[in-house]
Design a protein around this ligand. Structure first.
Ligand SMILES: Cc1cc2nc3c(=O)[nH]c(=O)nc-3n(C[C@H](O)[C@H](O)[C@H](O)COP(=O)(O)OP(=O)(O)OC[C@H]3O[C@@H](n4cnc5c(N)ncnc54)[C@H](O)[C@@H]3O)c2cc1C
Length: 414
């Protein structure tokens, strides 16, 4: 692999950057790539270089994302989509949601909406590698690996990031793309609204007896939802939601006990589970940063917000953050405004924070409706779901909101 994109700390400290992006996960890398294509000088800090080698025989990764049309457009416009196509991905054409406690069900179909599909399931490691590939070809993006942060100074004319090893990195703008536990957000003293869903998600890929029919299946159960996201052939990615106190129990199950539990949770929808791969689990917490920006600082992706993954929106919202921030910074430069100026960055916050909060809250309403088995909720579900299923325009509108995004779309998402 070509290594000229990796620089050492002395080289990084010897120049002033337009933007330092901390975190080269899916969102941070997409932001760095987009800014690099717009001719900004970008330094990307990441703990570890992702593996860009592709082995088609590799086992399926446990972490998978359902990508929306808006994300597909962003990745295509960034030149990252071909890296996904050349590896492994899967378009799904329907989504079937049903309820354990009532006979209600809703079926969303791409054909009904006149869409080619309802999105794509892709392993996170593939999305990240597909973004890194074009990113490291750009001469104005450099990568600094494995450095630890100590302090962030946003009070001067520029941002100054102090490293534990003693060096200082300077930029007009620092972007926190360092995930849910963002250290940059903490160093900037930005508070966090949090809500513990008291639920965890057990995820991993499995093979099943019957084909998934290119459909994502989601069953609402007393303990939480269970989903099969369709991947290639008979492979599906499992998302099994449970109360947090059952997380360790689920991880400790033997493979044969795990198989039985999945068959029970899915009501045998895809027949027997014939093969299981690595499984991992996450406690689920909603987080929302109280501010997305300060002078010389912006937060994107999970560093700004985490959401209940039931709707599969987390990274999709993060890509919209990145694309919106790119539009704002390009517009500021065209008007000769400093890109680290608070009033410039506030435009980004106004654009994205409300939309992200709306998606977080809508997911909670949905989760609340299905979570408990109170008679009233069951009656509401029994009434609303068949209505939604029969009202095709309403159903299509709901799906279109999830697929295409709600607010005015950034340039890259069109
Ligand atoms: C069970 C589950 C299922 C999900 N399913 C979906 C789905 O179907 N669709 C969807 O859209 N979203 C989904 N999500 C959410 C999605 O996974 C996240 O929103 C997404 O991974 C966030 O990407 P990110 O780049 O913002 O953060 P991360 O993926 O957390 O990346 C952060 C990066 O920053 C690096 N980093 C951290 N600290 C430092 C530091 N100090 N210095 C340098 N680098 C640092 C890390 O190494 C990492 O590479 C799901 C989440 C869960 C838990």
């Amino acid at each position: 692999m070509q290594q000229s994109h990796i620089i050492d700390v002395h080289t990084a400290a010897s120049q002033k950057w337009d933007v330092i992006v901390v975190g080269g996960g899916m969102v941070g890398a997409a932001l760095a790539l987009g800014l690099g294509q717009q001719k900004f000088n970008v330094l990307l800090l990441e703990r570890q270089h992702p593996d860009l080698q592709w082995n088609p025989e590799a086992a399926y990764g446990a972490r998978v994302s359902a990508l929306t049309r808006a994300s597909e457009n962003i990745l295509k416009n960034l030149g990252a989509w071909q890296g996904i196509e050349s590896r492994r991905y899967h378009p799904f054409s329907a989504m079937h949601v049903w309820d354990e406690a009532t006979p209600s069900e809703v079926h969303f179909s791409a054909a009904d909406m006149g869409e080619p599909n309802l999105g794509y399931t892709v392993e996170n490691s593939i999305i990240q590698a597909a973004i890194w590939e074009p990113m490291i070809q750009l001469p104005n993006i450099k990568v600094l690996l494995g450095e630890q942060l100590e302090k962030l100074d946003l009070q001067s004319e520029q941002a100054c990031l102090f490293l534990k090893a003693g060096s200082e990195l300077k930029a007009d703008l620092v972007v926190a793309a360092d995930g849910a536990m963002s250290q940059v957000r903490q160093l900037a003293n930005i508070g966090l609204e949090t809500h513990d869903y008291e639920q965890c998600a057990v995820v991993g890929c499995v093979k099943t007896e019957f084909s998934h029919q290119d459909t994502c299946w989601q069953r609402y159960r007393k303990d939480g939802p269970f989903a099969y996201l369709s991947m290639v052939n008979n492979v599906s990615s499992v998302a099994w939601y449970l109360p947090t106190d059952k997380m360790q129990w689920a991880l400790d199950l033997s493979d044969s006990e795990y198989v039985s539990a999945l068959e029970e949770a899915s009501a045998g929808k895809l027949g027997a589970v014939t093969e299981v791969a690595e499984r991992i689990a996450f406690p689920l917490v909603r987080r929302h940063a109280e501010h997305y920006v300060k002078s010389h600082l912006a937060l994107v992706g999970d560093a700004a917000h985490t959401i209940n993954p039931q709707a599969g929106q987390g990274v999709n919202l993060g890509f919209l953050d990145a694309a919106a921030l790119i539009d704002i910074l390009v517009a500021a430069r065209e008007r000769n405004k400093p890109i680290g100026q608070f009033s410039v960055l506030r435009r980004y916050e106004r654009w994205r924070r409300g939309d992200n909060a709306l998606v977080q809250r809508s997911m909670e309403g949905f989760d609340w409706l299905f979570k408990q088995d109170a008679e009233l909720k069951k009656t509401v579900r029994k009434t609303l779901l068949p209505m939604a299923n029969n009202l095709t325009p309403v159903k299509n509108w709901l799906m279109s909101q999830a697929l295409n995004g709600r607010e005015a779309l950034p340039t890259l998402a069109k």
